[in-house]
Design a protein around this ligand. Structure first.
Ligand SMILES: Cc1cc2nc3c(=O)[nH]c(=O)nc-3n(C[C@H](O)[C@H](O)[C@H](O)COP(=O)(O)OP(=O)(O)OC[C@H]3O[C@@H](n4cnc5c(N)ncnc54)[C@H](O)[C@@H]3O)c2cc1C
Length: 419
């Protein structure tokens, strides 16, 4: 059976949902096709009755004050709180203030747009002292899920400018949970007549100008035909060659190959109480560069007794998964806080393996040296028929964020409407 529609949107993450909602509200006939049995993609929120604050397994922070995202949060009637508290480091066996932070961030202020070289090479060329280079590398890899021997200075320069424009040094959380934002977009989409198909992985997209034929692995809906298609699936999935796009749009496939999908590992432990209060009462972020999980954060100033451990970039691939990850996390915290009894304090632990998830195949994208314009190429329409969306198609320097995904979805909807 073939289903016919005006516009098909593939992928119900924030990008696909934002595009689908905009198009449905503009009166278009739209289907939204999602591989999994849930919406949200890399927004994945869980709840534990032992704490009021939802636990995020994917995106957690609103980075800075990006207007599109804050407007949407407001429209959805959701509330944010600003993350505040102390930044501490665990170094040489001691928990205390972090050294060389200003010097490390100073390095990022000085990045050349041209020539666009890998960050690690830039550090060597500039003869940045080892201890400052190590801290700057830990930050760049941890924040961007990137390999410092690949991520380009031009992309980092662009990202620094983008962050400044939205006060990116501030961060916020949605009290009701990030998933409520995805649900709001979906509700608007269906209220305006949009059709959502879950459990429908797309395996092939055949197209010619004005005609898109989408094959799926859902036997109840094997084929969907549309005049235009928005492809809002993650870079990692596109790089795996699935779904196959025929004929291949050469410029876009080339751009997909140039960008990189970075890995990240995270675990949130919910404790009976905020045991760290004795040694670090206002703890917000804790950096432990020599541990398998290098970055830790609390929910401060929210009192939820959670600690989240994080490692991204090449080190994420070496961090354990499953039970090993929980044991590693507890071992690290026991050493840092000198509390050998921590396992008895754990109420629950929460993690998701983004690298192994076939519908993300990584955490988020970054731009290697020489690829800073690849996302611009991806954002260009293909013969007025196919449009790519998703955080990796962001051309404003915000790769790897929810606001980048949201912007890209709004951009793709506008492109589809104008064709
Ligand atoms: C661990 C982690 C932490 C993060 N933390 C933050 C943060 O604090 N702040 C922030 O701003 N960003 C963060 N991000 C990044 C943010 O989550 C993403 O940039 C954003 O959610 C991506 O949205 P998207 O719509 O581009 O892609 P996705 O959310 O990945 O949506 C793509 C959708 O496509 C579907 N799909 C895949 N293949 C197919 C197929 N073949 N057929 C049909 N559907 C398919 C997927 O199931 C998915 O639903 C984090 C990401 C991760 C993984």
């Amino acid at each position: 059976m073939t289903s016919q529609t005006e516009i098909a949107v593939i992928g119900a993450g924030i990008a696909g949902l934002a595009a689908a909602r905009t198009l449905a509200e503009a009166g278009r006939s739209v289907v939204l096709i999602e591989a999994q049995n849930r919406i949200g993609g890399r927004i994945l929120t869980t709840r534990d009755p032992a704490t009021d604050l939802p636990i995020e397994l994917g995106a957690e922070f609103v980075h800075g004050r990006p207007p599109e995202l804050l407007d949407l949060i407001r429209e959805a009637g959701l509330t944010v709180y600003e993350r505040k508290g102390d930044f501490l480091c665990y170094e040489n066996g001691k928990l205390g203030d972090c050294g060389f932070f200003d010097e490390a961030f100073g390095v990022l202020e000085d990045l050349p747009e041209s020539p666009d070289i890998p960050f690690a090479e830039f550090l060597t060329q500039k003869r940045v002292p080892d201890h400052i280079a190590a801290r700057a590398t830990a930050y760049v890899e941890g924040f961007n899920a990137a390999d410092s021997t690949r991520i380009g200075t031009a992309a980092l320069h662009k990202q620094q400018q983008a962050e400044k424009s939205v006060s990116g040094d501030r961060s916020f959380r949605i009290i009701e949970g990030y998933d409520r934002l995805a649900q709001f977009l979906c509700d608007r989409f269906t209220t305006f007549g949009g059709q959502l198909h879950l459990d429908t992985p797309v395996i092939q997209i055949r197209w010619q100008a004005g005609d898109v034929c989408i094959s799926t692995a859902n036997p109840a809906l094997p084929e969907i035909r549309a005049s235009r298609g928005i492809i809002a699936i993650p870079l990692g999935v596109l790089q795996s060659g699935s779904p196959r796009i025929m004929p291949e749009p050469a410029r876009h496939i080339d751009a997909i190959g140039k960008l990189a999908m970075g890995p990240a590992t995270r675990i949130t432990l919910l404790f009976r109480d905020r045991f760290w209060g004795a040694s670090a009462p206002n703890l917000s972020f804790l950096f432990a560069d020599d541990k398998p999980l290098t970055t830790w954060w609390t929910a401060a100033p929210n009192p939820s007794p959670t600690l989240t451990g994080w490692t991204a970039g090449p080190r994420a691939l070496r961090a354990g998964a499953g039970t090993a990850r929980k044991e590693e996390a507890l071992a690290t915290l026991s050493v840092i806080f000198k509390r050998p009894d921590l396992s008895g304090l754990v109420v629950s632990d929460h993690a998701h393996d983004w690298q192994d998830d076939p519908f993300s195949l990584g955490a988020y994208s970054y731009s290697p040296a020489g690829a800073v314009t690849a996302s611009d190429d991806l954002a260009a329409p293909v013969d007025r028929t196919l449009f790519f969306a998703g955080e990796h198609t962001d051309s404003t320097g915000n790769w790897g964020t929810v606001h980048a995904a949201l912007r890209s979805g709004l951009r793709a909807a506008k492109q589809a409407l104008s064709e």
